[in-house]
Ligand binder design. Structure first.
Ligand code: C5P
Length: 267
């Protein structure tokens, strides 16, 4: 049966509208594990409430020393029972045996990422790497804290500049079997160039042009960080303190999913 042209146009228009509705519906379930939301709260109930609100979009959450010291491993188990991934950011730094044992405990909690200080040396890093063998946990190395500048390094006896020291520790970490690093936005490109495509680079300090920068001095947008070689983005206040955290999470995830970065985590 043939419809008059005007009706054919209206049918096509109605079809397109239906398709758009489908796209919108499926967008609600869009998510990515490239974005990790930092649960920087002292109160587990508030943290859990945020997880429930945004977990259609965000499936990966960072727990740092404040929340962990308040809640302990039970909170990590609770997050895992919600089927979200956990980044346990406790930055271990101790003798190799102690770090190895602490990492084993984190592996039992089934966290996906945990952090250690690369300045603990190659033996300490190897002990951590050994403890995650055969698990889904990846050890991330922290190089130089972004709170330290050249003079703070000199104070503790390191005479190199911050960027030379970052690169030195990053290379030592890779030689010790570490497969991921935490790096600031200004270090992504340099580390990616020097360490190649395999290493995971996890980057905080992500802000869109409309976000308040808070105490972050050097920031990049999500797309810029991914284009420079980041594999994961850590985002805190632009989502946790947004007037509408769900909308903030949705917009960020949309931007990340649009990005066609060649760098993804190697498993
Ligand atoms: O709120 P904001 O997005 O600045 O949070 C970033 C998260 O990443 C916080 O948990 C912060 O401790 C962490 N972080 C950082 N800068 C670093 C290392 C970690 O902001 N150099």
């Amino acid at each position: 049966m043939r419809f008059p042209t005007i009706w054919r146009k209206r049918l096509i228009f109605a079809g397109a509208k239906i398709c758009n509705c489908e796209a919108l519906r499926s967008n609600r379930a869009m998510s990515t594990d490239k974005v990790i939301v930092a649960l920087d709260y002292d109160d587990p109930a508030t943290a859990l409430s945020l997880v429930h609100q945004i977990r259609d979009y965000i499936t990966f959450f960072k727990v740092g020393s404040q929340l962990f010291t308040r809640t302990g491993p039970e909170f990590i188990r609770e997050l895992r029972s919600l089927n979200v991934q956990v980044f346990l950011d406790l930055k271990f730094h101790d003798i190799p045996a102690t770090v190895g044992h602490a990492v084993l405990e984190a592996v039992k909690l089934d966290v996906r990422f945990l952090t250690i200080h690369t300045s603990g040396g190659s033996e300490m890093m190897k002990a951590a790497v050994q403890s995650v063998a055969g698990s889904q946990t990846t050890v991330l190395g922290v190089t130089v804290l972004t709170s330290m500048d050249d003079s703070a390094l000199h104070e503790i006896g390191v005479t190199q500049t911050v960027s030379a020291q970052v690169l030195h520790l990053a290379q030592l970490a890779q030689q010790s079997g570490i497969r991921g690093l935490v790096c600031s936005p200004q270090e992504i490109a340099l580390i990616r160039r020097k360490l190649g495509p395999e290493i995971s680079l996890v980057t905080p300090g992500i802000r869109s042009t409309s976000d308040a920068k808070q105490d972050q001095k050097r920031t990049l947008s999500a797309s810029e960080a991914l284009n420079q070689g980041a594999t994961h983005l850590v985002v805190g206040r632009p989502i946790t303190q947004a007037p509408d955290p769900v909308e903030a999470a949705r917009k960020l995830v949309e931007e990340v999913l649009r990005n066609k970065t060649p760098h993804t985590e190697k498993s």
